[in-house]
Design a protein around this ligand. Structure first.
Ligand code: AMP
Length: 114
């Protein structure tokens, strides 16, 4: 999508601190971190929100989740715990219209969210 900032990051047209990528998935640091570890996991292909990830995309959804777990292990915070969040739509607090998972760690996270 031409005006999508996460597509631009995926296409390397916009800078980001990329920490992992494979054919389908890109992981980079959130520009405004809310925890000591705050990463964003995105599919390189544009999907506007979680609503667009259907049955046919189950493999991609699984890859995103498996990537979060692999990073948690590789970065050494798997045991202390972490949170994976996908904000969807207005009430979900989604600001960027390209599906993404927040991976948060490094402090005790509160629940419920605000
Ligand atoms: P959400 O509210 O779930 O849509 O979250 C969007 C997230 O993207 C926020 O945490 C922003 O700080 C982050 N963000 C926006 N633009 C960039 C960017 N260019 N590079 C890295 N993170 C970004």
């Amino acid at each position: 999508m031409p005006d999508c900032i996460f597509c631009k990051i995926a296409n390397k047209e916009m800078p980001a601190e990329i920490i992992f990528e494979d054919e389908q998935v890109l992981v980079f640091k959130d520009v405004k971190p809310v925890a000591p570890v705050h990463l964003l996991l995105i599919p390189k292909k544009h999907y506007t929100s979680l609503l667009d990830l259907g049955e046919a995309d189950a493999g991609l959804a699984g890859s995103l989740q498996a990537t979060a777990v692999r990073i948690a292990r590789d970065f050494g915070f798997a045991e202390q715990g972490f949170r994976v969040v996908c904000n969807c739509g207005r009430d979900g607090g989604q600001l960027v219209a390209h599906v993404h998972y927040h991976l948060l760690a490094g402090r005790a996270l509160k629940w419920p969210p605000g």
